[in-house]
Design a protein. Structure first.
Length: 372
């Protein structure tokens, strides 16, 4: 990421800080660390940190342990790298005191209660006068709108995923297991240039496809049943996300009925997307259409979500999200109908909110859903 882009992002954060009650912020999530510094270190688990950014009105610090110090220096040249040898909770108070911090905003959506309590206890023992304040709202809108560079990377990730899926379609056959199919699609995405996967491939067949987040197993593909694939590639830190549902051997009336209902719901929702509309209203367009059919109540999850450095980020196209859509937001639109004893159909495209409405980023449509 270029220096100018990072400087612009940091300046936007500092403006938000100036409007809030904090003079310093600590950034501890993988996504926001990378977004604000270019540093790609990843936390090993929920209680293991690859580092924390400390940002004030005039200082930038990246604190990490010796596993990451050289990487941090290479990837985050705008930041002073502090390599700590003790526990992070023991080192942070000194770092905060060194920058004159008083009211420190914390990513409360990511910091564990354990870490928060340990750092607070250390600060109190030092009688530092530093106060930690939950302020996830400060970061909530930071990554909402994508710039041209981000959109280009999302397009690149999506192109790799779609190219791979078209190749994968040619390998689908009767008797293939969900696990075999998932691995084939993963392998193709990596061979075609994916840095990694956006998430584990979902390959679900028959009644398993009625589980929105099904885990691929030993079930084999059989003719006449839904075959649902949810997949995404990650390139240069940015994700893609697409779902396609197929049928093998022969189609049947129920599949066609469900497929076209889901397709129409998606079409109506995409047509509704424009700057100024609420995220919840877009969800309502698809949900109300499905509920007006004989499949009422069969669409349980939200309509979609933002995609960027994280596979799931704001805004959410859900009944609960009142975010007003703006130009530059990238979201998925993925209605589905799920019938437990039979299966499910989900169709998912990625959408860029434009000045005129919405642009479908996917280059390949649904085409022929029948595999013969």
């Amino acid at each position: 990421m270029s220096k100018n882009i990072l400087e612009d992002r940091i300046e936007r954060l500092r403006k938000k800080m100036a409007e809030s009650q904090v003079d310093t912020v600590m950034i501890c999530s993988d996504e926001n660390r990378e977004y604000l510094s270019g540093y790609t270190g990843k936390d090993g688990s929920y209680d293991e940190s690859a580092g924390i950014l400390v940002v004030t009105s005039d200082e930038l610090i990246l604190a990490c342990d010796p596993r990451f110090d050289r990487q941090a220096e290479q990837e985050a040249p705008l930041y002073s790298v502090v390599c700590y040898k003790k526990r992070l909770s023991q080192e942070l108070p000194g770092i905060l005191e060194s920058v004159g911090a008083r009211k420190v905003g914390v990513e409360d959506a990511r910091m564990t209660v354990k870490n928060f309590n340990e750092i607070t206890r250390e600060l109190q023992q030092r009688d530092s006068g530093v106060e930690l304040l939950p302020c996830n709202g400060l970061f909530k809108d930071l990554r909402l709108r994508k710039d041209d560079t981000e959109v280009a990377l999302i397009r690149k990730a999506l192109k790799i995923a779609e190219t791979s899926f078209l190749q994968f379609r040619e390998t689908i056959q009767e008797g293939q297991t969900e696990k075999q199919a998932a691995w084939t699609l993963e392998k193709l995405m990596r061979e075609n240039g994916a840095q990694s996967l956006s998430f584990d491939v979902i390959a679900a067949s028959g009644s398993q496809s009625a589980l929105p987040h099904a885990i691929p197993g030993e079930k084999t593909f059989e003719p006449g049943e839904p075959l649902l694939f949810d997949f995404g590639a990650k390139v240069d830190g940015y994700c893609s996300d697409t779902t396609r549902t197929l049928i093998m051997g022969h189609t049947e009336p129920r599949f066609e009925d469900v497929f076209h209902t889901v397709f129409e719901a998606q079409k109506k929702a995409v047509e509704a997307i424009r700057p100024g509309i609420k995220a919840s209203d877009v969800d309502a367009v698809a949900r109300e259409y499905i509920d007006s059919t004989k499949f009422e109540g069969k669409f349980g999850h939200s309509l979609g979500h933002g995609v960027g450095i994280a596979i799931h980020e704001a805004p959410r196209l859900s009944r609960l999200d009142e975010t007003i859509l703006e130009t530059g937001m990238v979201v998925t639109v993925e209605p589905g109908i799920y019938i437990p004893e039979w299966g499910g159909i989900r169709l998912e495209n990625m959408i860029l909110v434009t000045e005129d409405g919405a642009e479908v980023l996917n280059e390949t449509g649904y085409g022929n859903y029948l595999i013969q």
